[in-house]
Design a protein around this ligand. Sequence first.
Ligand SMILES: NC(=O)c1ccc[n+]([C@@H]2O[C@H](COP(=O)([O-])OP(=O)(O)OC[C@H]3O[C@@H](n4cnc5c(N)ncnc54)[C@H](OP(=O)(O)O)[C@@H]3O)[C@@H](O)[C@H]2O)c1
Length: 245
Amino acid sequence: MNNSFSLKGKTILVTGASSGIGKAVAIECSKSGAQLVITGRNEERLTETYHLLTGGNHLMITTDLSGSKGLDVLLTGLPSLNGVVHCAGIIKRLPLKFIKEEKLEELMGINFYVPALLTQQLYKRKLLKEAASIVFISSVASSFASIGNIMYMASKGAINSYMKGIAFELSSSGIRANAIQPGMIKTNLSSALSDEELAIDMDRYPLGRYGKPEEVAYAAIYLLSDATLWMTGSILTIDGGLTLR
Ligand SMILES: NC(=O)c1ccc[n+]([C@@H]2O[C@H](COP(=O)([O-])OP(=O)(O)OC[C@H]3O[C@@H](n4cnc5c(N)ncnc54)[C@H](OP(=O)(O)O)[C@@H]3O)[C@@H](O)[C@H]2O)c1
């Protein structure tokens, strides 16, 4: 039986696959039948993800994406793709008066420029197959304020707008772009909060807990699959109800 939610026969690139959400996206996509190209900075943890993938013929490319050289390393080794999930990202909390240009550049660099320029290069180099699906991991922080989170909020707002621009511009070639905006997911990134901050924060979630990386991965599979061939420019919120009120 034809399963529209299957990723069988699809080749998917996942950035940030050495940790957290990207790791779960890679593992779950492989369980759904995809061939993976995984990338991250930390070779040891990326190799760990690689060994957790189901099936064979997966590819692993270790590189730091924060410079053009690192991006070239990735692009040079890539096969053509049915999908990409941009998971690499960082968080830096600084109240307005402490924001400095280099901090802003570092955060916007990995959270915005990397997915923006990687997508552009994939398109220019014709590495995106017909009906390819591009998935950006944004955040509810794009429009939901918290103290000291200005730079991160701006980076995710920028990626949402960029995604919509791409969705519109590439629609004539059948390529789709969508974003997932999670609330707090338990990963290394969320451990930037103190235990006290975490306890207060978790109380705000109507479903009573933080999300799991796999719960973001399932949404990514949906967006990568043929079940969403008519879906582009959308932002899928997965936040346990946080932004309901
Ligand atoms: N966790 C949350 O609560 C949450 C909520 C909403 C949105 N998000 C978003 O989800 C995405 C993944 O976050 P996460 O929680 O999974 O974080 P994580 O566990 O810290 O993983 C971040 C990933 O990004 C990679 N990365 C960071 N800088 C890089 C660079 N310069 N070059 C290449 N790779 C780089 C890391 O690679 P290495 O480890 O190899 O260095 C790692 O694989 C981020 O975009 C984040 O903003 C997270």
